[in-house]
Write a new protein. Structure first.
Length: 379
């Protein structure tokens, strides 16, 4: 039986979760939706990717230092399957399917370098057959947040995290074996005269073929360039600065038909929206998730100030994010029902609940870390 969260307990006693959130309420249908459910009630599974073709979930099993997969939306899971060589479960941050193979990015622990491992698809309990491709000769670089590896119909893209002295770089490959550097320290120096410490996220725009975005971070909140774009599938020399301020650095980028959403990795915004027509940025909500009290919390409890991972549901325009790091002590899930609407608390999370992972939307649910819950109804 799934472990009860604070939200379960509040509903059991008839208390409204949304009473703790500032501003307008969501649609009445949202109040009757079930609460969050763990991927597995007994083990610490962190969702690392969803194969949208075959509807397969991939999760890191931190207790058994393995990967698991589910073909029935977390109802059952495979036996533990071996991690790629020279890797650990909490540093394999993302698993994606590109064509007919799996790819995952992380740190090669023996070399301290960013690597991408590939394996043929392997159903059920069939073991993976991992092959590693080190992408960088630099030590102490990795894919940190689960949003630094992505793909489109032609290419895989992998970005460096970890303050590499000759980077951070973005790499591109057609097959996951042969990679080229398409964005580098030189590009940053030429455009803005300085370099970021990390590539926080890379994302392909599903509404504009060939458009690829990356966020760079940790220049300092008011300096540096946070968002870059290539309209030529990342070709070298095609990158331009879209937002020239470090305030809008983001650990996850998502899209709807009119807007680019940035999960703000700062102490100022819950999320940021970029208008596609004008390419101007603004704060997505007038309120902040970290100002919402922790339901049932002890004195001093507060939600983490940075909601570094989030995704918009393009069907409804509702944005979901998770507070995961920095000032505070409690993780939780939040929603912005529409641009300009107050932030809503949708799951109070807790101090022992792991949501520090990319946010996914699939099969009528929003997924992050150990948890998933039904999508909210639009207002």
């Amino acid at each position: 039986m799934p472990r009860l969260s604070r939200r379960d307990l509040l509903l059991a006693t008839g208390t409204s979760i949304l009473a703790y959130a500032a501003g307008a309420s969501l649609a009445p249908e949202a109040l009757s939706t079930p609460t969050s459910t763990r991927l597995d009630p007994d083990f610490t599974f962190l969702l690392r990717g969803i194969d949208g073709i075959d509807d397969v979930l991939y999760a890191g099993d931190l207790d058994n230092h393995a990967l698991r997969q589910s073909a029935d939306w977390a109802a059952t899971w495979s036996a533990p399957k071996a991690l790629p060589p020279r890797s650990v479960a909490d540093e394999i941050t993302t698993v994606i399917r590109h064509n007919d193979a799996l790819f995952c990015a992380g740190r090669d622990t023996a070399r301290g370098r960013l690597s991408v491992w590939t394996s043929p698809l392997a159903g059920g309990d069939t073991p993976f057959q991992w092959v590693a491709t080190p992408l960088s000769t630099q030590g102490f670089t990795s894919a940190k947040s689960g949003t630094q590896l992505t793909h489109d119909d032609r290419y895989l893209y992998a970005g460096e995290y970890g303050n590499p002295p000759s980077g951070p770089n973005l790499y591109r490959s057609r097959d996951g074996t042969t990679w080229e550097t398409v964005f580098s320290k030189a590009d940053q120096l030429a455009a803005i005269g300085r370099t970021a410490r990390h590539i926080h996220a890379v994302a392909v725009d599903p509404y504009n073929a060939g458009h690829v975005y990356i966020t760079t971070g940790d220049f300092g909140i008011l300096t540096g360039a946070a968002l870059w774009r290539s309209t030529e599938a990342g070709d070298p020399g095609t990158w331009e600065v879209v937002l020239p301020t470090g305030r809008y650095q983001s650990s996850q980028i998502s899209f709807d038909a009119t807007t680019i959403w940035l999960a703000a990795d700062n102490h100022v915004d819950t999320a940021v929206v970029v208008d596609r027509t004008t390419m101007t940025a603004s704060t997505a909500s007038p309120t902040h998730h970290y100002q919402i009290p922790v339901p049932g919390g002890a004195p001093g409890d507060a939600y983490y100030r940075i909601a570094s991972h989030g995704r918009v549901d393009p069907a409804t325009g509702i944005y979901y994010c998770v507070a995961t790091t920095d000032v505070g002590n409690t993780q939780g899930m939040f929603a912005i029902p529409a641009i300009g609407a107050p932030v809503q608390l949708v799951d109070p999370g807790g101090r022992d609940i792991e949501m520090h992972s990319a946010v996914f939307i699939a099969n009528g649910n929003v997924w992050s870390g150990q948890w998933y819950r039904p999508l909210l109804a639009p207002s």
